[in-house]
Design a protein around this ligand. Structure first.
Ligand SMILES: CC(C)[C@H](C(=O)O)[C@@H](O)C(=O)O
Ligand code: SF4
Length: 478
């Protein structure tokens, strides 16, 4: 048998049959998590065609995109469109017998935070869902990818998908992560290196000493944002850290079954002789905290940099997109990134709304106040994350510093509820997308790690978190 990559092994174990010679297969899908925003037409399709859901027990419905995150949890949405979507979602859950995590459910949150909290993601699984950041599950050695509405309908009816196999891209990350750098900085560095389309057509496998040293939450941040490079899948081979993290989660097997599963999972790694279609190496030794200055996540710099000058860019296509970005962002070439003033600071999302993210932000914020002109908002990734942060005293640190402390949801990551920026607002954001209008029409987004958002909130402008960590008594590490 020829040597295989982990991706190829997972695909092989889920292939029902090959459909042609061009890489199309019928793929078995273990689980799916659907949200109120991308699933309505799929359910309408089932209803029109009088089809049922093949395996309702393998599907989870979870409200996260349009719900308000005001401190008082309310089951009502703020706009009629959102209310319609949620009402229909609730009806679909009831009519098709699918479990729903509604807004008052203690298990609710952003789907990519909820899934692993509940133990729904296991190494070796294939999870397809109506959301592009389903790649997050790669952190556990599962293949996760986003699908469109008609595919959701197919999946619901058959628990399978017609799938085109991808090429494989190995991203080896080496070096000890420098002080104050996080998984977010690694993924922004990768985007800068390979561009926002550098992984289109590929499934990524991350490996290397830096990945081995990353926490599970850091690995999730990395796999989550791999989709911003175009990857429809980003896997990390499961290791002892993975098994320790998932053990005991509500839906994980235990006892004899857990032992059997562990034995299986040990084999989930690429064979040493496996061939990848492409390899990229990211050397972290000189990494510094990163921020985006443009309207694509690959328009990224180091916080100590200045805005680049498009006139110095020889690639004309790139030059044009830089000009467009600077125009939208209201920025001039040569401006130090640290001189960019912000109006808002947002920490949340499925990229950086987990407990470790909140801890790293709190380490910077503790004992400080956010700048007077900055509105700071923190939206925990899930209700469980919120409760944990409240228990640990993090919420109190944020509130004392002047942040709004919210309920969980996607919120200002994509501004589909009432958390919308106004034209001209500029936000330091721990999220994943910065295209025009993402956080509100005419609003400007700078992506960075949660610790960097915290630093910007305090300083009132984009700031090097290392400066804050080095000054002021009790501070010192993330
Ligand atoms: C709404 C949904 C289609 C979308 C996605 O698929 O990623 C959203 O979650 C996002 O982050 O832009
Ligand atoms: S938090 Fe943002 S990126 Fe994640 S699912 Fe919600 S909208 Fe998409």
């Amino acid at each position: 048998m020829s040597a295989k990559t982990l991706y190829e092994k997972i695909i092989a174990s889920h292939t029902i049959r090959e459909l042609d010679n061009e890489g199309h297969i019928l793929l078995y899908i273990d689980r799916s998590i659907l949200n109120e925003y991308t699933s309505p037409q799929a359910f309408s399709g089932l209803r029109e065609n009088q089809r049922g859901v093949r395996h309702p027990e393998n599907i989870l419905l979870n409200i996260d995109h349009v719900n308000p995150t005001r401190p008082q949890r309310d089951i009502h949405m703020t706009d009629d469109g959102g209310q319609l979507q949620v009402d229909y979602f609730r009806k679909n859950a009831a009519d098709f017998g699918i479990e729903l995590f509604d807004v008052l459910d203690q298990r609710q949150g952003i789907e990519h935070v909820v899934a692993h909290e509940q133990g729904l993601v296991m190494p070796g699984m294939v999870i397809a869902a109506g959301d592009s950041h389903t790649t997050t599950y790669g952190a556990f050695g599962a293949l996760g990818f986003g699908i469109g509405t008609s595919e959701i309908e197919h999946l619901l009816a058959t628990q399978t998908l017609v799938y085109r196999t991808l090429k494989t891209l190995r991203v080896t990350v080496t070096g000890v992560l420098p002080y104050a750098c996080t998984a977010k900085d690694i993924i922004l560095a990768l985007l800068e290196q390979i561009s926002a389309s550098g992984a289109t057509g590929y499934a990524i496998e991350f490996d290397g000493e830096t990945i081995a040293a990353l926490s599970m939450e850091g690995r999730m941040t990395l796999c989550n944002m791999a989709v911003e490079a175009g990857a429809r899948g980003a896997i990390i081979a499961p290791d002892e850290k993975t098994f320790a993290y998932i053990a005991g989660k509500p839906q994980m097997p235990d006892g004899e079954l857990w032992q059997q599963a562990l034995n299986e999972w040990q084999g989930l790694r690429s064979d040493p002789a496996a061939r990848f279609d492409k390899t990229v190496v990211i050397d972290c030794r000189d990494l510094e905290p990163k921020v985006t200055w443009g309207i694509s996540p690959d328009q990224t710099g180091t916080i100590t940099d200045c805005i680049p000058d498009p006139e110095h860019e020889s690639d004309l296509v790139k030059q044009q997109s830089m000009k467009k970005a600077l125009q939208y962002m209201g920025l001039k070439p040569g401006t130090p990134l640290r001189d960019i003033h912000i109006t808002h600071a947002f920490i949340g999302s499925c990229t950086n709304g987990r407990i470790e993210d909140l801890r790293s932000a709190a380490a910077v914020i503790q004992g400080r106040k956010i700048a007077r002109h900055v509105r700071g908002i923190i939206v925990p990734g899930s209700t469980q994350v919120r409760l944990q942060a409240e228990k640990e005293g993090l919420a109190e640190i944020f509130i004392q510093a002047g942040f709004e402390w919210r309920q969980s949801g996607c919120s200002m990551c994509l501004a589909m509820n009432e958390d919308v920026l106004a034209p001209g607002d500029r936000c330091a954001s721990g999220t994943n997308r910065n295209f025009p209008g993402r956080q509100g029409a005419g609003a400007r987004t700078h992506l960075m790690s949660p610790a960097m958002v915290a630093a910007a909130a305090i300083a009132g402008h984009l700031e090097d978190v290392r400066i804050l960590l080095n000054s002021g008594g009790q501070h010192g590490s993330l």
